[in-house]
Each structure stands twice: as structure tokens, then as C-alpha cells.
Ligand binder design. Structure first.
Ligand SMILES: *Cc1c(COP(=O)(O)O)cnc(C)c1O
Length: 354
């Protein structure tokens, strides 16, 4: 029997809310069915071990650990680097700052220094330098710099290699660690035309999600050196993230790493087509130059139909996406979106907005 991914949905929708809505492929479900399993809290799940080895090799790090989500990946990584009262330097639009429920401070007692994110997801080198604390009992201790690659709220921009290297130098000079939230790390590597290993080279630790564009149902990896991962593993247990026959998750993850990265090339192409089309619709503001990967931000002028109904009207036509603030919207392309869907979306946009 054929496996039809669209059958998993209640309604046939063109869902551009996020690349997290992606469904597992048939290959992933078959891999889950075949997976060799054991108790991973007792270090006995061979499929988990295979995924963790593969992920560490990809990132060029000593070792890695599977955790249930990107949020837990960042939380365990930051808590492994920092003691209570230490300070982490991060962007004011960082996912960790905005969308991870403040876990680093509520659970870890880690103080954050939020610096302005530029349009391309970077933080100015000068700003980072100026924010590093002197040794003084009045100050928290600067311990860690966190970057995001690609940057979700900054148009899905990838970080350039020379930028990563510059930030690494500052970290080394000041005895700080560098962590990268690479939820969309594969999109970043494709966008700047380099390997995962190369963009991970300057960083002490990196996380990436299997469950975004790579389309696996669950899971994120934390990669780094052995001492660091030992701490992450203890923290994962503290947070209730030690999972037993989790090879069923890892099996889909391995399949995702083997088969899905090339899909992201297509996702980026679809995002460009959408951005170009939106750019040409009068009353829509969308800059295709600000769409380097699979995330499109756009805004619309007031229309007679009223912006309040815009999302509802689109949904009636079978297209879903998020409003970030009044008149400002985000579209995300992914493996559930075909070229035909893209053309359909453009048609509906043109009809509703012209
Ligand atoms: C989605 C995302 C995360 C968190 O991943 P979850 O699996 O949803 O917890 C972290 N960072 C960025 C940049 C993300 O886009």
C-alpha cells in the first residue's frame, strides 16, 4: 500500500506556518519499523548510538547526544557551559531569548545579556566586545556567546564563515565558549555552499533539529566534546529527557540525515519563487534579497477586505501561515510544499490582494 503523507492531515492544506509541520517520509516509517532497539538510558540502543556517531562526525565534534527538542538542546547546552549567575551573550531576536520560555534563567539561573541582532542575524563584533564583563564583584561573569544559524527571526539568514571565525577569536581571547543554535544548520550550510563540518569548526558546541526541514518527527542533536556532552547527558536526565527505546526516533533521524538535505535546496528555491511573486504584488512589501533560505517575511497595506480577515480568507482558500504582528506575516517552505503548491499560493495571493 502506498504511503500518502497528505492522509495524515485532517484537511488538505498548504501549510506554510513552519517547517516543523513536515510529516515523516515513507522511508522514515520503514526505518522505524526495522530499527534495532535497546534501553538508551542504559546506553544500550544501537540505533541511537549510530545516529549520535553520525551526527558528531557530520559536525566534526568528538561526540553528540540526542534530545527530544531544539529547546532542550539549547537549554542543556547552555546549562552545561554556565554556572548559576553566569552571563550568556545572545541576540535580542534569538530563539533562545524569545521562544524557549526563559528556561535558561528559570531553570538554570543563567543571566542573559541581550545585544541587538542585525538584519542578517549577526550581532556586531563591537557590541560583543563591549558587553564582556570585567572581573568585578558587581558583575555577573561572562561565560558564553550564543549565535543562531540560520536565524529564524532575521529572515533565515545563514552566518558567514568569517563572521563565525571572528566571534570565535573574541571568545578565545576572553576565555568564553561559543555555542550555536543550529536548528536550521543544514539550510545554513546549503545557503553558503559549505559543509556542516566547516560551519561547526569555529564553535565549541552546536545543536541542530531533525524535526524542521529535515522532516523527521522528533529530535535534536547536541554536539561538542566529551566532557561537555557528559554534562549535557546529566542535564537531559534532570529534565526528564532520558528516553528508553528511543531508537525509533533515531531511526527516522538517520533516514532524515541520509535523504533530506537535498530537499532543502528545493525549499530555498520555492521560497525565492514566492518572494519574487509577492514583491510584484502591489501593496505587498517583500524583499527577495532578504530571503536567503526557506523563510519569507512580508507585510501588506490595509485593504478593503480588512487585514483582520486576511489570514481567515487565505485559510478558506486552503493556505495557512502565521501573522507575527499586525500586517506582518511569515511563510516557511518545506518538504510538504510542492512547486504546484507554490504556484497555487501565488494565484490565491494575487486574487485576494489585487
Ligand atoms: C525551532 C527552533 C528551536 C527549538 O526547537 P523545538 O524543537 O521547537 O524546541 C530552536 N532554535 C531555533 C532557531 C528554532 O527555529
Amino acid at each position: 500500500m502506498g504511503w500518502d503523507r497528505s492522509k495524515c492531515l485532517n484537511k488538505i492544506m498548504i501549510d506554510l506556518r513552519s517547517d516543523t509541520v513536515t510529516l515523516p517520509t515513507r522511508g522514515m516509517l520503514e526505518a522505524i519499523y526495522r530499527a534495532k532497539l535497546g534501553d538508551d538510558v542504559l546506553d544500550e540502543d544501537p540505533t541511537i548510538q549510530k545516529l549520535e556517531k553520525k551526527s558528531a562526525d557530520l559536525a566534526g565534534k568528538e561526540t553528540s547526544l540526542l534530545v527530544p527538542s531544539g529547546t532542550m538542546a539549547n537549554l542543556t547546552a547552555i546549562l552545561a557551559h554556565c554556572e548559576r549567575g553566569d552571563e550568556v551573550i545572545l541576540g535580542d531576536l534569538a530563539h533562545t531569548f524569545l521562544y524557549e520560555a526563559g528556561g535558561i534563567s528559570s531553570l538554570g539561573g543563567v543571566h542573559s545579556c541581550q545585544l541587538k541582532n542585525q538584519k542578517d542575524g549577526t550581532i556586531l563584533i563591537e557590541d560583543i566586545k563591549n558587553s564582556i564583563r570585567k572581573d568585578n564583584i558587581h558583575f555577573p561573569t561572562s561565560r558564553l556567546i550564543c549565535l543562531e544559524n540560520t536565524h529564524n527571526r532575521c529572515h533565515g539568514f545563514p552566518l558567514q564563515l568569517d563572521y563565525l571565525t571572528s566571534v570565535k577569536s573574541i571568545a578565545v581571547e576572553n576565555n568564553l565558549k561559543l555555542h550555536v543554535d543550529g536548528a536550521r544548520l543544514f539550510n545554513a550550510a546549503i545557503s553558503i555552499g559549505t559543509s556542516i563540518k566547516e560551519i561547526c569548526e569555529p564553535v565549541d558546541s552546536v545543536t541542530f533539529c531533525l524535526s524542521k526541514g529535515l522532516s523527521a518527527p522528533i529530535g535534536s542533536l547536541v554536539c561538542g566534546d566529551q566532557d561537555f556532552i557528559n554534562k549535557v547527558k546529566r542535564l537531559r536526565k534532570v529534565l526528564g529527557g532520558g528516553m528508553r527505546q528511543a531508537g525509533i526516533i533515531a531511526a527516522a533521524g538517520i533516514e532524515a540525515l541520509d535523504t533530506m538535505p537535498d530537499q532543502l535546496i528545493l525549499d530555498h528555491k520555492h521560497a525565492q519563487i514566492l518572494a519574487q511573486a509577492l514583491f510584484e504584488i502591489p501593496g505587498v512589501t517583500c524583499d527577495p534579497d532578504l530571503v536567503p533560505t526557506n523563510i519569507i517575511y512580508f507585510s501588506i497595506r490595509e485593504y478593503s477586505m480588512g487585514n483582520k480577515n486576511f489570514l481567515a480568507e487565505m485559510e478558506k482558500n486552503g493556505v495557512k501561515f502565521f501573522e507575527l504582528s499586525p500586517n506582518n506575516y511569515r511563510l516557511v517552505t518545506h518538504s510538504g510544499i510542492s512547486e504546484k503548491d507554490v504556484l497555487e499560493v501565488i494565484k490565491i495571493f494575487s486574487q485576494l490582494l489585487s
